[in-house]
Design a protein around this ligand. Structure first.
Ligand code: ADP
Ligand code: 5GP
Length: 189
C-alpha cells in the first residue's frame, strides 16, 4: 500500500497490560466516531463479557498460523503465551476509504508497523507508577496469577521502550489522559 493524500490516518496505541488502553480507547471512540478500531485475532481465551468479532476474533493456535499465511496480517506477535495479530484486509479497506484507523497492540507489533507504515502516529500509554500498574492488573481480576506475573514481567520491557514512540501519554487521571491523547492525535475535545 502506498501513501496517498486521500488515505486515512493510521494510529497505534501501545502500553503495558493493565495500563488502561482498553478503557481509554473506548472513551476516545465514543467521542470520535470517525475513528475505526481494528479487531485483532487472538489465541487467548475470551474473558467474561468479551464478544467474538467485537473485542477479538478468538481462534485456535493452528488456525492462527494458517491465517497468517492465508489472509495476511499487518503485524502479529506472541504476548504472554498467546498470539495476537491485525488482519490486514479491513485496515487497508478503511484507510483507502479515508477513515482513521486505530490499532491497540503490544510493543513487537508496534515495531513491525513502524517499518511497514512509518507514517503512522505511534503513541505509548504509560502508568503513573509500576505499583499502580500492578494494582490495575490485579483489580481487573480477569487473569490467573501466572498470567499476571507474565504480564508484569513483560510490562517492565515495554516501559523501557517508551522513548521509541512519537508521544507518551500518562494514564493517571482518566479524563486528563483522554484530553492529552486527543491533543496528541490532533482531535478537538
Ligand atoms: P489494558 O487494556 O491496558 O490492559 P484496561 O483498560 O483493561 O487496561 O484497564 C485495566 C484496569 O485499570 C481496569 O480495571 C480499568 O478500569 C482500570 N483503569 C483504567 N484507567 C484507569 C485510571 N486512569 N485510573 C484508575 N484505574 C484505571
Ligand atoms: P489482552 O490479552 O490484555 O487483551 O492483550 C494483551 C496485549 O496484546 C495488549 O498489550 C494488547 O494491546 C495486545 N494486542 C491486542 N491485539 C493485538 C494485535 O493484533 N497485535 C499485537 N501485536 N498485539 C495485540
Amino acid at each position: 500500500m502506498h501513501p496517498s493524500p486521500l488515505i486515512g490516518r493510521l494510529i497505534v496505541i501501545t502500553g503495558p497490560s493493565g495500563v488502561g488502553k482498553g478503557t481509554l480507547v473506548k472513551r476516545l471512540l465514543s467521542r470520535h466516531r470517525e475513528i475505526w478500531l481494528s479487531v485483532s485475532a487472538t489465541t487467548r481465551m475470551p474473558r467474561q463479557g468479551e464478544i467474538e468479532g467485537q473485542h477479538y476474533f478468538f481462534i485456535r493456535r493452528d488456525r492462527f498460523k494458517e491465517l497468517v499465511d492465508e489472509v495476511g496480517f499487518l503485524e502479529w506477535a506472541e504476548f504472554a503465551g498467546n498470539c495476537y495479530g491485525t488482519p490486514s484486509k479491513e485496515v487497508q479497506k478503511k484507510l483507502l476509504s479515508g477513515r482513521s484507523v486505530l490499532l491497540e497492540i503490544e510493543l513487537e507489533g508496534a515495531r513491525q508497523v513502524r517499518k511497514t507504515f512509518p507514517e503512522a502516529l505511534q503513541i505509548f500509554l504509560a502508568p503513573p507508577s509500576f505499583s499502580e500498574l500492578e494494582k490495575r492488573i490485579r483489580g481487573r481480576a480477569t487473569d490467573s496469577e501466572a498470567a499476571i506475573q507474565r504480564r508484569l514481567l513483560r510490562a517492565k520491557e515495554e516501559l523501557k521502550a517508551q522513548n521509541e514512540f512519537d508521544a507518551v501519554v500518562i494514564n493517571d487521571d482518566l479524563d486528563k489522559a483522554l484530553e492529552d491523547l486527543e491533543g496528541k492525535i490532533g482531535l478537538s475535545s
